[in-house]
Structure formats: C-alpha cells, structure tokens
Design a protein around this ligand. Sequence first.
Ligand SMILES: [Fe+2]
Length: 300
Amino acid sequence: MIEQQSGASLAQHAMIAVVGDIHLQWDLFDVRYFNASDYDLILFVGDIAAYRHQGALPIARSIASLDIPAIVMPGNHDAVHLGQLVAEVLERPTVSDTLGRGHPKRSRQLDDALGNVTMAGYSRHRVEVGAHAINVIAGRPHSMGGPRVAFRRYLAQRFGVDSIETSVQRLVSLIDDSGDEPIVFLGHNGPSGFGDRREDIWGCDFRAEEGDFGDPDLAQAIDYARAAGRQIVAVVAGHMHHELKGGGHRRWLENRDDTLYLNAARVPRIFRRGESVLHHHVELRFDGSAMAAEERLVGD
Ligand SMILES: [Fe+2]
C-alpha cells in the first residue's frame, strides 16, 4: 500500500526542461533526445541566433519538430540586425530604431520557422504539466539586461512598451489576468536584485565596475505577484553566460522566498569532454508545490 502511494506521487511529478542560450548549438540529437524523454514542457530562454538572424531559422525549424509542448522567449540576438545589436551595446537607441525597421518582419520569420512551438513575449500560457497546471508568464522579449529597454522601436510598435514603467504595467496586467495556478516567469534575462558582483546569477562580468545586470521590470513584476499572494515557483532565464569574462563561473541557481531562480545560459551548450560530446539543459521537477532543478549533460 505504502509502495503504491509513493509510486503514485512520483508519477505526479511534472518534468520541465529548460534549454539555455543556444547560439546555434542545437542539432538532431537534441530533437531525438527530447522527443524520447518524459518531459511535459520545454522552455527556451532565447538567443537561438549567433550574429545573423538567418542563421537561427534552420534551428527554429528543427525546434518546430519537437513533439513536446515548447515555449521560446526571443533573446537580444534573435530577429535582430547585427547593426541593431551593436547600436544597443553602444547605447545608441536612435541608430537602433533606424536599423530596427525590419524587426517585425524578422520576428514573423522566426515565428513561422518555429511552427507550432510558441514564441512568447509579454504573454501568458496556462500549461498542463503532468498532473499539475502552471501559468508561464513570459516577460520582455529581446532583453539586453540592465536598466534600459532595448529595441524600443519594436517593443513600442508591437507591445506599447517604451520604458521600464510601461513594461511593468504590461507584466502586471498579465499577472492580473492569469488564473490561480502557480506562476513560472520566463525571461531572456533574469530579474535585478540578485547581486552586483560579476559571479552573481545576473551580475555584470564585462565591465570593470561589475554591477547588477538584471531586469528591473521583471523584478517589480515578481514583487507585485508576490504581494498579490501569488505562488511563484520558478523564474527561468539566461542571457548572462555561466563562463565569465576574465575567468571563473557564475552562480546559476538560487532559492529565495520559496522561488527557484535559474540562469540556464551555459554557453556553448554543446561541448566536448574527453571522448564524449555533451548537450546541456536543466531539468526542473515540480511536485505541485515546489520546483527542484538539476543540470543535465547528455551524451551524443
Ligand atoms: Fe542574450
């Protein structure tokens, strides 16, 4: 009797895979692996592309052949022109606005290539995972990190977002409109408030002064949901690569206030170790009230 009960509770665990920044590191092995797996859902934190939008389209078509429900959050490398990306890095928003004219068209091309896989961004998705249901609330797409809203021309046209404040408003209405099921926030970049050192989960490793490079709008949305009594089981993002400029590795997992914070950006996600080629993802296991994470390195 006891054995049957424990068997039943094991079966009630939901399984969610999180795939970090791909940067072109995805192949047929990944499709076969996930299609043969027990996962109920796959979350992609974005940056499918490297530096050319066109380069991401064959990968997006490959992701479209997954049999498991999947949600993709576009990163700052996705659906953008290289000049736009450079202008954003240099904080030249007017140049980015000009080069961003093709952004809506590139987004449509990416969405088309993803087929039935959901391309997210300021969106909410009620998903049945195993015996449970969750609300995936997708934050600001194409985040570059830090206190600025990047790619403002596109975000203003498409979502009416031109500032951190309008982004928070948009996220708050998604939270208000979502059901009572536990929330999983999905971002390209994680929230601010998790440290200002280079090795912190979303800390800046490419400036001498370091600093907190998290998204303040996502942080405010999380605070709002928590104050409204919502259960937030996980916040899933990437963008800030695990391997640090100048050496070392960042922390990629934190637990705070019963919420799991995950940065899945192990880049490159496919790498050689001895004789094996390993493919990275993170497994989330959900028992209906809490989420647990484990790094998975799967051999080719
Ligand atoms: Fe990124």
